[in-house]
Write a protein that binds this ligand. Structure first.
Ligand code: BDR
Ligand code: CA
Length: 399
């Protein structure tokens, strides 16, 4: 298997050289000092973070994607994270574009030490739906960057995820910011895997209406069956959905700040952000594009950015109008909250149905549940100012 083990430790000099190559590739101005500041903490013992002692092993599963690009750059410039792999998947655009886009971004960030493993070309059982009307034909809002020279690893994404999680049981957090096909494929391939995952922080879903349909958020809509496998896996899940990501519009001022910072990541982000804002404006939107995916990464880096609430979340896979809808039930609502012991009892005795039985059959819904026990922490509020401070600050190199 072509799983890269520990990324071969670069000396500081090699790191600066690779950063310089990235700058040249991107055709951008090189600021050697900025590159020098970008530490590789896992080579230097540990780093204190808001989450405790890091860095933390993560895998980023992504479909770049305008907002994926920002999220990846943020992650790659965050010393709290040890990115074990980036696993592109088909979503916003087909895999033939998301894969090279991910490679472009690791080059721009000077992080070609991170393995990029090719993921699924299509959802588990459905035809691919893309969002090129939002992300442009090339997935990066029409912002053009050179062809990447870095190659993906030969190991497919799902296998890569499985191998990394098994190598570091209990240590790896998955950060999916696209359709959940790769993650579900990995979980399907190995029944013990879910119990070895430290956590999963996803951008996806919504408890307050969709964006691709009235009911569904894009990532879950594209592969609802995969999302359902993930929600039912038992992995501790943090769902950063449209309920909060709708409040993260990129502004002209953000782009100006990025432009004025002389490092390749901020310059690339400014270029993509400019295109995305103009695209929105041409279509009559007042606000800039939302930084959905960066919010998932940022909320892992700084949990104070979002407020979380326990929910039982399930995914509608059958509905004609509602496929991909994430339904949430919170035990915080209602009388049962007052007496937790009663809540447990009631949950055990209640026969909860997915839907009322029809006259045509005596069979009940296949969505019968024993009880609706919370399986996810859902982000219900966001401190947008704090989020943008982190996102723009990290990309500009000031934070
Ligand atoms: C999600 O869908 C995609 O278009 C974005 O990249 C984000 O992951 C938002 O619904
Ligand atoms: Ca995405």
């Amino acid at each position: 298997m072509d799983l890269k083990q520990e990324p071969s430790p670069l000396t500081r000099r090699q790191f600066v050289t690779s950063s310089a190559a990235a700058l040249a590739t991107a055709g951008l101005v090189h600021n050697a000092n900025a590159a020098m500041r970008m530490e590789r903490p896992w080579e230097q013992n540990t780093v204190e973070t808001r989450l405790g002692r890091g860095p933390f092993r993560v895998i980023i599963d992504t479909d770049p994607g305008v907002d994926d690009a920002f999220a990846l750059l943020l992650a790659m410039r965050s010393p709290e994270l040890k990115i074990e792999a980036i696993t592109p998947v088909a979503g916003n655009v087909p895999l033939d574009l998301t894969l090279p886009n991910a490679l472009r971004l690791v080059e721009i960030a000077g992080r070609t030490d991170i393995p990029v493993a090719p993921g699924a070309r299509a959802p588990l059982v459905r035809r691919l739906v893309t969002a090129s009307y939002v992300h442009g034909e090339n997935g990066l809002g029409g912002a053009v960057f050179p062809e990447p020279t870095t190659k993906p690893v030969a190991t497919p994404a799902a296998e890569m995820i499985r191998a990394i999680v098994r190598k570091y049981p209990g240590e790896v957090t998955l950060i999916p910011i696209g359709p959940l096909t790769n993650i579900a494929t990995a979980l399907n391939s190995d029944p013990e895997l879910a119990s070895m995952v430290r956590g999963l922080v996803m951008m996806g879903g919504s408890l307050s209406g969709g964006n691709i349909t009235p009911a569904a958020e894009f990532n879950v809509y594209v592969d609802p069956e995969a999302a359902r496998i993930v929600f039912q896996s038992g992995i501790p899940i943090t769902m950063v959905g449209l309920d909060v990501t709708r409040k993260t519009a990129l502004t002209d001022e953000h782009v100006r700040t990025l432009q004025s910072a002389q490092n390749p990541a901020s310059q690339a982000a400014a270029k993509i952000g400019r295109k995305a804002i103009d695209h929105n404006r041409e279509r009559g939107y007042l606000a800039g594009t939302n930084m959905h995916d960066s919010l998932a990464v940022a909320s892992f880096l700084d949990p104070a950015i979002v407020k979380l609430q326990d929910f039982y979340v399930d995914v509608e896979t059958m509905g004609e109008l509602t496929a991909g809808e994430t339904l949430g039930y919170s035990p915080v609502a209602g009388e049962l909250r007052r007496r937790p012991e009663m809540e447990k009892e009631a949950a055990a005795s209640m026969q909860i149905r997915g839907s009322a039985p029809t006259l045509a059959t005596t069979k009940t819904s296949p969505v019968l549940r024993d009880k609706w026990v919370p399986n996810a922490k859902v982000a219900v509020e966001v401190d947008s100012a704090r989020f943008f401070d982190l996102l723009i600050g990290r990309l500009a190199g000031t934070k």
